[in-house]
Design a binder for this molecule. Sequence first.
Ligand code: CA
Length: 218
Amino acid sequence: MNKILIAEDEKPIANLLCTALEGAGYRCIWAPDGAAASDFLEAEPFDLVLLDIMLPKANGYEVLEYCKTLDVPVIFLTAKGQLEDRVKGLRLGAEDYITKPFELMELLARVETVLRRCGKTGRVLQLPPDIEIDTASRVVRRDGEPVSLTVKEYDLLLLFLQNKNVALYRDRIYERVWGEEYLGDSRTVDLHIQRMRKKLGLESRLVAVYKIGYRLEV
Ligand code: CA
C-alpha cells in the first residue's frame, strides 16, 4: 500500500484529501505545517508528498528541497491562479501540481500517474516479519523463498491481509473467495485455510475464532 504524506495547514482540505486517498486504497498521514512534514519524512519512508506551498513554520519550497534529498516525489497543492507558484514548483523539481479547489477524480488520477512514473506502484504487501506478496506477479515469498499457493489459498491470504485483526465469518470468507453463496459446508473453508497457513507458517497467527471463523493477528 502506498503511503502519502499530506502537508497542508487547512484541516478541511487535508481531511478531504485523506478521505479520498484512503478510499482509493492509499495510506495517509497529515502534517499541519512544514516542520511537522519534515519530521514525518525523517522518521519514515513515504511514496509521495502532497505539499501545500503556503505552510507555517517551513514553506512548501523548503520542504520540497528536503523531499529531493530523500528522493520522495512531490505534488504541489497551489491556490487557484498562482501560476508563478506552479511554474516555480515544477522548475524546482515537483512532479506535478494540483490547483485548489480540486476535483477528486483529477487528484486521484494525478497521484496514480506520479506514483507510476516514479516506480512506486509495485504493489508489494508485507506481512512482517517473513512474508511478502507481490500482487502484480502473484508471487508469495516466505523468508525470500517463493511459496507455491493455489488460487484459492492466495485469495484467502489476500483477504486476511486486507482484514488484519478482524474475525471473518466462514460464510463471508467463502462468498468472497469462492464467489458463491455459502451453504454451510465449513470443511472447504477450513481445509484451504489450514493448508495455506501451514505453507506460510501462520499457524499461530491465523487463528480459528470459536463459532465464527478465522482471524489474522498482526
Ligand atoms: Ca496553506
